[in-house]
Design a protein around this ligand. Structure first.
Ligand code: COA
Length: 259
């Protein structure tokens, strides 16, 4: 499907999904949110794609929701906008294929929320993070108040949401908001290398790791442990498990088939 505000390219089983509104620092208008939903749905079912790297065109990753659209919203429309964005970001988060955010610049508001909905975040050393919504008299609407404390803890999330302050990549790494920081010029290569490492592993195992973590975190420990044991049992029925273990014992690289 052709996109107006995104580009989607596929090479070597890795999709690169780029938010492409650089003149507005890739601000997420409603149309871009809808396109992100279509893109992740396509990626989910396209067998030629093993995983996706999400990034931004130009000097920003995403500088937030589009304030020109938010400025005139009514309470009912604002709630619907929030629910629509939350739904798209949840589809990204629960995608059974690995999603890596390559954060190339500003990741503010909805941009920080988009990065947090990805499974792994790699930041350029010039990236900036923040949830500045309180400066606009609102709170995050695309999951920021829920995902940020889960990632960095309650106290730090309280501070970031209430001050609206912007932090640099080094601080984002220190508090656990990003997995890794790289020089700007190396960002995409580092993201691709990490994706390559992941895609060399069993795809069913990867999908169930994602599900165990994403769903398990919403459960009690006992329920999460049952989920894990069920996945562990399910994978024992796969050719991939036999291949992975045979390859180890035969001292060769595995050739997983995803079945
Ligand atoms: N919504 C709509 N437009 C945005 C935007 C947003 N969230 N963020 C940036 N833009 C637009 C600017 O209005 C400007 O458009 P214009 O050239 O037509 O005037 C363009 O992107 C470039 O932004 P500008 O502010 O000139 O760049 P800067 O380098 O001076 O500042 C930021 C960069 C990120 C600090 C600043 O743009 C900013 O604070 N953006 C809003 C961040 C925010 O509050 N996000 C949460 C929204 S809920």
């Amino acid at each position: 499907m052709p996109f107006k505000f995104l580009t989607l390219e596929v090479a070597d089983r890795v999709a690169t999904l780029t938010v492409n509104r650089p003149d507005k620092l890739n601000a997420l208008n409603d149309a871009t949110i809808a396109e992100l939903g279509h893109a992740i749905d396509e990626i989910r079912v396209d067998d030629s794609i093993g995983g996706v790297i999400v990034t931004g065109a130009g000097r920003a990753f995403v500088a937030g929701a589009d304030i020109s659209e938010l400025s005139s919203q009514t309470p009912v429309l604002a709630k619907a906008r929030s629910r629509a964005g939350q739904d798209v970001f949840r589809r990204i988060e629960t995608c059974p294929k690995p999603v890596i955010a390559a954060v190339n610049g500003f990741a503010l508001g909805g941009g920080c929320e988009l990065a947090m909905a990805c499974h792994i975040r790699i930041a350029s050393d010039v990236a900036k993070f923040g949830q500045p919504e309180s400066k606009l008299g609102i709170l995050p609407g695309y999951g920021g108040s829920q995902r940020l404390p889960r990632l960095v803890g309650k106290g730090r999330a309280m501070q970031l949401l209430m001050t609206g302050e912007t932090i640099d990549a080094a601080e984002a790494y220190r508090i656990g908001l990003v997995n890794r920081v790289t020089p700007a010029a190396e960002l995409m290569n580092v993201a691709r290398e990490m994706m390559k490492t992941i895609l060399a592993n069993g795809p069913l195992a990867i999908a169930l790791c994602i599900e165990a973590i994403e769903r398990g975190l919403e459960m009690s420990l006992d329920e999460g442990l049952i989920l894990e044991a069920n996945h562990f049992g399910l994978l024992a029925a796969t050719d991939d498990m036999r291949e992975g273990m045979s390859a180890f014992l035969e001292k060769r690289a595995p050739a997983f088939k995803g079945r």
